[in-house]
Each structure stands twice: as C-alpha cells, then as structure tokens.
Design a protein around this ligand. Structure first.
Ligand code: 5GP
Length: 188
C-alpha cells in the first residue's frame, strides 16, 4: 500500500537491527486519516473471505482494526494482554512472548465474544516472529471458530512470522512488506 510505504519512509525510524519505530503515526500519535485508508484497504482485501468478526490485540492494533471492522460491517473484539478484574466471565487464555518487551503475557478473550460459527480476521500493526498472531489463532481454535486470515500493516519479511503462518494454512496480507533494513534505512 503506497500511502503506508511513503509514510514509513518519511516518518519511520529504524532502531538497532530489527525494530521500526512508528509511534508518530501508528503506536503513540495516531494518523486517523491513514488508519481510515488502511481500514478500507484491509476490508477490500478480505471482502469475500466471509469475515464475521475482526480481532485485534491491544493496543497498537486497535486504530486500524476499528476502520477495518466498520468497513466490513462486523464487530471488533480487542484481545487483552491481561485479565482485568472487571471481566467477570469465563475466558480463553494463552501465553504469548512479546517481541518488543522480551516478556510474556496472557492473551485473554471472554468466551461470550466468540462462537464456533465465527470466521475471524485478525489485524495487527506488525508481523515479526508471528508470536502474537499465533496466540490469537490458538484462542480462536480453542473456541472451535475459524480464521479468515491475518492482516498486518507492516511485516518484516526477513523475520519468520509470514512463512510460519502461511505454512499453517493462514492467509497473510501485509500492506507494507519490509525486505531489509540497510544502513538504518527501510528497503521494501
Ligand atoms: P511477533 O509477535 O510477530 O513476533 O511481533 C509482533 C508484535 O510485536 C506486534 O504486535 C508489535 O506490537 C510488536 N513488534 C514487532 N516488531 C516491531 C517493530 O519493528 N516495531 C514496533 N513498533 N513493534 C513491533
């Protein structure tokens, strides 16, 4: 998606070997017009996939998935990274290793927001090793629902996530696919 690639080239910052900082338009400050375009593009890509719900992981996936779900006309469910005291209901949980924080968390979904007839599109900001997406897939499968696909804004194609997921039969759509970081610059 050219609009997103241009924004990454203009405002993204490469940190060290393998992290792209995008907090001026995705993660901290949010470019709402860009998110709206991203949502339209995601919805267009998955419009014939029979999606019944969009799932995302808090918090960076929320902004783009709001617009994706709106365009598709389906509910959005935000998977939690902890089990809030207010969630007084039965939950599905699975442990996920965080790529950026080097810790793990319990990805949590209330059982009443999924049913075995759901066909779920997962949206996230980044795809790196595929841990977050694989965790979301485990939760969906625990509930005997099915996965319509994974849509990410940015994939780092030099990391194993994309291949790992495609090898499990999951369709992955990346709006911007980064081939490499070369001398602190992004190469698509
Ligand atoms: P994975 O689970 O695929 O290994 O990593 C994906 C998750 O880690 C995403 O939800 C994202 O929040 C975070 N992440 C992975 N790589 C990057 C990166 O280069 N930049 C930022 N900002 N987040 C990343």
């Amino acid at each position: 998606m050219k609009l997103l690639e241009d924004k990454i080239l203009q405002e993204g910052n490469v940190l060290g070997e393998d992290i792209l900082k995008v907090d001026g338009f995705i993660n901290h400050q949010v470019d709402i017009s860009l998110m709206e375009e991203i949502g339209r593009d995601m919805a267009e890509h998955f419009k014939d996939a029979g999606v019944t719900k969009v799932f995302t992981i808090e918090s960076s996936g929320i902004a783009p998935s709001v617009f994706t779900a709106k365009e598709l006309g389906v509910p959005l469910v935000i998977l939690k990274k902890q089990n809030p005291k207010t969630l007084r209901t039965e939950v599905w949980q699975t442990e996920v290793v965080s790529y950026t924080k080097n810790t793990s968390y319990q990805l949590t979904l209330a059982k009443n927001y999924i049913s075995d007839s759901d066909h779920i599109l997962i949206i996230d900001d980044f795809l790196a090793n595929g841990e977050a997406a694989t965790g979301a897939i485990r939760l969906i499968r625990k509930a005997h629902a099915t996965v319509a696909g994974l849509g990410v804004l940015i994939e780092k194609a030099f990391q194993p996530g994309h291949e790992k997921l495609e090898s499990q039969g999951i369709h992955v759509y990346a709006q911007a696919s980064i081939k490499a970081f070369e001398n602190g610059k992004v190469v698509f």
